[in-house]
Structures are given as C-alpha cells and as structure tokens.
Unconditional design. Structure first.
Lengths: 280, 226
C-alpha cells in the first residue's frame, strides 16, 4: 500500500509541519488506510507506554497536522504581535527578549545579496584512493554580513556563530541524487540535504558546476565546537536515510563512509573542518 | 468570556480561516474533543435516549477528532459561529452530529432502536479491533527495540515519549539543542517503525477492513445498550 510510506512519515516526523492533504483525506475515506493508521497508533502507544485511554505524546500534534492540511491551503505562521504594547520601548525590549530566548533555526533562507567566502577543509579521501572524484563535489561557503567582508575573511576557520551554505558540482549525469550531512563526534548526523523530514536523498541537477543550493545553515542551532566533517554522497538512486541516521562516531575523520555502509556505487566527497568557539 | 470571544483579533482571523487562528483553536479545544470521544455522552433522538459510550480505541478517536475539526474548520462552519456563545458548545454540537452521522451510516443503529431489548447487547469495555495484535508480543518487541537505543536516545524516550515533556523542557533538562532533541526524537520514531515493520507488527499483520468493520459493529452494538 503506497500510503503506508506516507503514514510512516506522518508518524516519524516530530513537530508540527505541513502534511499531505491527500493523505489526510484518505485517512477519512479509506478503511484500509485507517486500519494501517490504527496499527501505527497501537505500536506507538506501546512505545510511549500509555494506556488505551490516553493519547500518546504525539496524538494531538499528529491530528493537528492532518486537520490543518485539509483546512488551510498553505499553513502559515502567525505574523505580528497580538497585544498592544504600552510603548515603543516595551516593544523593543520584547523583541530583544524574543531574539535572546528563541533558539536559532537550523536552516534559513539566504539573502542573495550576502557575500560568500569559501571555507577550506581537509579533504578526507576513501582509503586506497589517490585522486578525488573530479566529476562530483561540494563547496562550503561562509555567509558574511553585507559590507563587512574584506580580504581578511578569506581563509578564516569556521566558528560556531557562523552561517554556512553549500554549492555542488555534478558534471556527468551518472549520480543524480545527493545526500549531504555533517558529522560530529558521538552525535547523530546533522542533515542538510535532504531536510531531516525527507527521505534519503534529493534529486540534483546534473551537468552543473558550483551550483548554489541557496539555503543558509546556522551552525549554532545544530552544531558544537570541535571537529566537524561534511560528507556529500552522490548516488545513482536515492540513498537509505535510515542507515545514515544510525551513524555515530567517537572520532573524526571518518574515512570512506560508503565503504562502511557497503555502498560501492555511491561517490563521496568529504571535508574535515574544525569549528571554533566564537569568532575572534 | 470564551477562548474565541475574548480575543476579537483571533476571532476575526478564525472566521477568515487564517492558519494561526485555526492552530490556536485546535490546540485549545483538542483535549476537550478527545476526552468527549473517550468518555461518551448521552444522545437524545426523536424522543428516545441513547448513550454513546465513547471510543476506547485511540486510533478511532484520532480519526474522529480529525473529522470533527475538519468539519468545524470549513468556511460555512466558521462563519456560522457568532463569537458570542461558548465555542466549546458549538464544537460539542458538531461532535455530536458527526457521531450521529457515523451511527446512521451503519444499519446497526436502526436495528438497535427497533429491538430495545435491554441486556441483549454487550456494554462498554470494547476491545480495540486490533486486539489480535498481541500485547505481550508487542511489549516484548518494544523492550527489544529499547535495548538498541543509546543512553541519549533512552533519555529522550523517557522524557519526551513517556513523560510527555515539552520540547523546551527536554532541551532544558538534557542540555541538548532544540535541533538535536528533534533529530533524536525523529530518529527513534523512524527506527521504531522500521523495527515494527521488520518484526511483522505493521503491514500484512491483520486484515484491516474486516477488523475495522468489526470495530464499528462492536462500537455501535455496545453504544446503544446503555
């Protein structure tokens, strides 16, 4: 049943985000899908150790996603502030508090006018190989403040308060799928592409060189200072994201992830960097 | 004052169908809807009294709650609400009507109205239709899955999944970043589903249509025995 995979995504994704309206409608209309839904609720309740009478920790948010998928065309965040502040000073103070309290987002839309400077890392090549895979690769770029960049920024190591972005090259058409993750010691992978809620890989353009992705990644939202390895995996088909999610390494660099995963057809480009505490 | 009536901006946004207002309303009233569906309520219909005993099966409650809110959030239903009377009552009426509609779809309702023989029907304590999914086996599988988790994942499982702690409090408790907690939570959920698939607890385990039909039959049968 093709809906099974969509249901798995619904049950696996934390937080409230947009959901598939077609799936939400199918749950209402199709008894087979309801039955599949029910089994997932039952096993989730067992995992959460809740009795039959109580919703699990995820019941409310799951139903919320389904309801909103059918009730609004494009779920939007609330804009503006509901309460009238007594003074401009109060509003400014509240905004400052908001910025201070709310954790930074992992992925942000990139201002196209932001200057970018390349970040050079040590290339980690698969064991036994002398030459890199020339036809594929990624580049790491630091997002600079407009007007703040000068030559001194070139070659500066990355800091935890930096924002980065990526570009990629895929010269021939043999590997049209990309998975891009970050590794840090004793931690699960940090997902750049696809997003954590997607499956395995994203489809990329082929026959391109230094193609920008257009997203920024705020390092302090999801990274720690210290060794940091960025791994790009180019596949002939979408990769198994769950195999990557299970990865955790005590030490970096990791040589040849593809070899460890038994993925001989996948091409890898890996860069080792070090994240400093804060910019100096 | 009621939740919607106390905030005119929220009410107007709700009537327009703005996503943030629908989200606010859902979050405020979801516990009410879930508990009504669980606990049941009396239904008066054409002079006769019935009792909807509530849905013991969580999945059916979730499905019904989804339908109730989707119905309540249609443009017609939103604009019909005047913002003066408690929205809870308005939503309660939609809930009640949906339950009656569902019962009407099934002939068992009529059959029971016609027979009214008290004591003929089983009352309450409905076993979920997937009772065939052996609880002991399931609990054993959960324990085995839990053994595959590392310390951090086990901590997140306890705090987030079992104690129902908010994301913010888990962040505070563990010292992990918001992103890391979400990522770990997602990894646990995804791996758990894969584990359950691999161990035969999900697709292909029971005949869903037959079991679902049986579930409704039992529900209706028990529902009007009171």
């Amino acid at each position: 049943m093709k809906e099974a995979r969509k249901l798995d995504a619904l049950f696996a994704s934390p937080g409230v985000s947009s959901s598939d309206p077609a799936l939400a409608q199918t749950i209402i209309d199709d008894p087979r899908v309801r039955a599949a839904y029910r089994r997932r609720v039952l096993v989730e309740a067992a995992l959460c150790d809740t009795g039959d009478d109580e919703p699990t920790a995820f019941s409310y948010e799951r139903v919320e996603r389904l309801v909103l998928a059918l009730s609004v065309a494009a779920p939007r965040r609330r804009l503006g502030i509901r309460w009238a502040f007594p003074s401009l000073a109060g509003a400014v103070a509240a905004m400052a508090l908001w910025v201070w309290l709310v954790p930074a987002q992992h992925r942000i839309a990139l201002d196209p006018t932001s200057p970018l400077t390349p970040v050079w890392g040590q290339e980690v090549r698969p064991r036994g190989t002398k030459d890199p895979s020339w036809n594929i690769g990624i580049r790491v770029l630091r997002v600079e403040q407009p007007g703040k960049v000068d030559d001194s920024a070139l070659g500066m190591p990355l800091s935890i308060d930096d924002t980065i972005t990526f570009s990629y090259s895929a010269v021939d058409g043999s590997h049209p799928y990309l998975t891009l993750i970050g590794l840090q010691p004793n931690a699960p992978p940090i997902w750049y592409y696809p997003d954590v809620s997607d499956d395995g890989s994203i489809a990329i353009k082929t026959g391109v060189v230094d193609e920008p992705f257009g997203d920024g990644f705020v390092l302090q939202a999801s990274h720690h200072p210290g060794p940091f390895q960025i791994v790009a995996l180019f596949g002939r088909a979408p990769l198994d994201g769950s195999a990557l999610e299970r990865l955790s390494f005590a030490e970096l660099p990791v040589n040849s992830l593809t070899e460890q995963l038994g993925w001989p057809d996948v091409r890898e480009h890996s860069l080792l960097l070090n994240l400093r505490e804060v910019s100096q | 004052m009621t939740f919607l009536a106390e905030d005119r901006q929220r009410l107007e946004a709700f009537r327009r169908g703005d996503a943030w207002a629908l989200t606010d309303v859902y979050r405020h009233y979801a516990p009410f809807v879930f508990s009504r569906l669980r606990d049941g309520f009396a239904i008066g219909r054409q002079g006769s009294q019935g009792f909807f005993p509530g849905l013991k099966d969580l999945a059916t409650r979730e499905n019904m709650a989804q339908e109730i809110f989707v119905r309540a959030f249609t443009e017609a239903a939103r604009t019909r609400y005047d913002g003066l009377r408690p929205y809870r009552n308005y939503l309660g009426t939609i809930l009640r009507n949906l339950v009656i509609d569902e019962l009407r779809k099934h002939r068992e309702f009529v059959a029971w109205e016609e027979s009214e023989a008290e004591g003929d029907m089983p009352v309450g304590g409905l076993e979920p239709p997937d009772a065939a999914l052996d609880r002991q086996e399931l609990q054993k599988a959960v324990r085995n899955f839990e053994a595959t988790l590392n310390d951090r994942e086990r901590r997140i499982l306890t705090l987030r999944f079992r104690q129902g702690c908010s994301l913010e409090s888990v962040v505070k408790e563990t010292g992990l970043t918001d992103y890391r907690v979400k990522q770990t939570e997602k990894a646990i959920r995804k791996r758990f589903l894969a584990y359950m698939h691999n161990h035969g607890f999900l697709e292909g385990h029971t005949d869903g249509e037959v079991m679902l039909g049986l579930g409704w039959f039992l529900l209706l049968w028990g529902g009007y025995a009171a």
